[in-house]
Design a protein around this ligand. Sequence first.
Ligand code: URA
Length: 237
Amino acid sequence: MKIRLQRFLANAGVASRRASEKIILSGRVQVNGRIVRELGFKIDPDVDEIKVDGKICHEEQRHIYIMMNKPAGVVTTVKDPFGRPTVIDIIKGLKERVYPVGRLDMDTEGLLILTNDGEVTYRLTHPKHEVEKTYLAHVKGMVTRRQILMLEMGIKLEDGLTAPAKVRIVKRIGDSTVLEIKIHEGKKRQVRRMCSAIGNPVIHLKRTHIGNLSLNNLKPGQWRFMTAKEIEYIKNL
Ligand code: URA
């Protein structure tokens, strides 16, 4: 069966589907010895020979799905040009190559999925699927009902208005507040920028849920393979 080149690369665990598109556009991919830069290009994995940077790629058979509680101080990339610790360093020893699904800032902790299933990565990160993510944001100051409403209705950031969010006060600690914030988008440092915009900068940020998936008692720096039920859930999001 013929499939698009970027889908093949994602299935082969080369990179996420979107990152694979960039790899194709940059001329690093050869099909039967010829460089292909065309995104819709279709190949037959059983017949065609695909190379990335001169190395032959095969579709990976076994898909791996990992849930991690990313600790603060670790970057969500496979390799960091500045040599900082990455989420991949945490799962050292695993022989399959996996990739983080979406991003958490270096200073943010919490739920992160890693997989070599390009299809799942694509679905979970594509804006049209709008998967809800829940954050616990410990912020400076006493957040008021009016400010909650501002967060819920949308905040004007440099890169546009944020989509409606669900926000509630979890507790007050002295003159600071812990908020639960549910958003569907993934603008860069979105929760931090939303909180700063209402005058309550984030002290500590943690992602607790992706859709219904929850960290439960996974401690920062710990990871585990996802259960069959969890995998089925993310495949159907
Ligand atoms: N919002 C942020 O500000 N940071 C994250 O890592 C995720 C959401």
